[in-house]
Design a protein. Structure first.
Length: 430
């Protein structure tokens, strides 16, 4: 339920917020990109702070669950506030966008970083973690479908032709859903494994970085994965509207991700029991790159674009579907090599890299659109169409290729069974 809420709001922002700012609220492309990048950069540096705080937390509710309880209502409120930007007078829109989006990003971090760190605290049995991961990604796929596949129809329903009212209506609906789901998650989970509070020091972090190569690779890959997928999702609306001539087709392009995520949920436990997680991840990245390039070759044939986009999304879902299992094992490896379990910090640093990837995505996509001479809601020049294709196809492919190169150095699959046995024995005596 926590992932349903988080994925719903995250994917909605990643896919529609830039379009909302430029084509609905009337914020310039450069100003919107700058505001979103600044907010995400501030948020990125807040991630380790939240991670350190969660490592030091010890309450009757646990280490991580209290953050869900106290962030649910503020997070939901911030979602609604962002989409009131349309009613702010012209000169103040960019500033309002910066302030409200920064607030949202910070509150999302307070909720999501502890939530993401929770799974290893529920069980240290690899088979149980795989089943938890299955339920997690089933709800991710539902949240993705709600935010991507149903967003445009709901905006049309609430707005009745007025996109400003439509975005406010859907943000209000999502706010109510967020509060309900996050609180359901809080009241119906229990942290069975609670490491003692950990004191943070820069020296301990540097030692962790030095000794924890799998975690470093995982974090670096997260940066480039989100650079690829967020850039692609954020420009799907532009690609559909201006390159394919059908703005409504964006709903299909984006909704496909929810179905591939759902299908991959059931594939991950089966596949990872029979092959290395590294191999599964590399297959996913390869499919993403191949499908994305085929979208370009498909031209304006909507059926072909849909099928090629389906392949690309399947690849992205495969890589993302195993990423949290890899992160959990990388955190175990870090504890094994350093003797200290800095779970909140390590998870938050992974999320930090995610946010840095999103920052680069905002900067690059807005810069490329501006460089191509993009003008909102008008027929686009040839250079603008090239910039939209670069954002939707070629930049994501380049970022995914970096992930492929990074995972050439990942070898934890062979070492992990012995590490898991040693840690379970250690925890049984504490």
């Amino acid at each position: 339920m926590g992932d349903l809420a988080c994925s719903m709001v995250f994917n909605f922002m990643a896919s529609y917020l830039l379009y909302f700012y430029t084509d609905v609220a009337g914020v310039g492309v450069a100003a919107a990109g700058t505001a979103m990048s600044c907010a995400r950069l501030i948020d990125a540096f807040a991630n380790p702070v939240v991670g350190v705080l969660s490592d030091k937390t010890h309450t009757r509710w646990g280490k991580l669950r209290p953050y869900l309880l106290f962030s649910a209502v503020p997070l939901a409120t911030s979602v609604l506030l962002m989409f009131l930007a349309s009613w702010i007078p012209g000169p103040g829109k960019a500033a309002y966008a910066l302030i409200t989006y920064t607030l949202f990003c910070l509150l999302y971090t307070v909720c999501n970083v502890p939530y993401t760190a929770m799974m290893p605290n529920l069980s240290e049995d690899p088979a149980q973690r795989a089943r938890l991961n299955l339920s997690k990604f089933i709800c991710v796929s539902i949240g993705t479908f709600l935010s991507m596949g149903l967003a445009l129809p709901l905006i049309g329903l609430f707005g009745r032709g007025d996109e400003k009212k439509g975005f406010v209506g859907i943000s209000l609906l999502f706010s109510v859903i967020i509060i309900a789901l996050v609180l359901i998650c809080f009241f119906n989970t229990r942290e069975r494994i609670q490491p003692p509070p950990v004191r943070f020091s820069l020296g301990s972090l540097l030692a962790t970085v030095k000794k924890s190569r799998p975690w470093v690779i995982c974090c670096s890959a997260q940066l480039f994965f989100y650079l690829a997928t967020v850039t692609r999702n954020a420009t799907a609306m532009y690609y559909s509207k201006y390159c394919l001539g059908s703005a409504g087709f964006a709903s299909l392009l984006l909704a496909v991700g929810s179905f591939t995520t759902f299908a991959t949920c059931f594939l991950v436990p089966f596949a990872t029991a029979r092959m290395k997680k590294r191999t599964f991840t590399l297959i996913g990245y390869s499919l993403f790159i191949t499908g994305s390039l085929l979208v370009y070759l498909a031209g304006e044939n909507l059926a072909a674009v849909f099928l090629c986009n389906l392949l690309a999304n399947l690849g992205a879902s495969m890589s993302n579907g195993v990423s949290f299992l890899i992160l959990g094992e990388a955190i175990d490896h870090s504890e094994y090599t350093t003797g200290t379990r800095q779970q909140g910090l390590l998870t938050s640093m992974s999320m930090f890299m995610v946010k840095i990837g999103i920052v680069f995505s905002s900067l690059l996509s807005a810069f490329v659109l501006d460089l191509g001479g993009y003008i909102p809601d008008r027929p686009q020049a040839a250079s603008a169409l090239v910039s939209i294709r670069a954002n939707f196809i070629f930049l994501p492919c380049a970022a995914a290729l970096v992930c492929v190169l990074l995972y050439q150095f990942y070898h934890l699959d062979d070492e992990y069974p012995a590490i898991n046995r040693a840690l379970r024995e250690k925890h049984s005596h504490t």
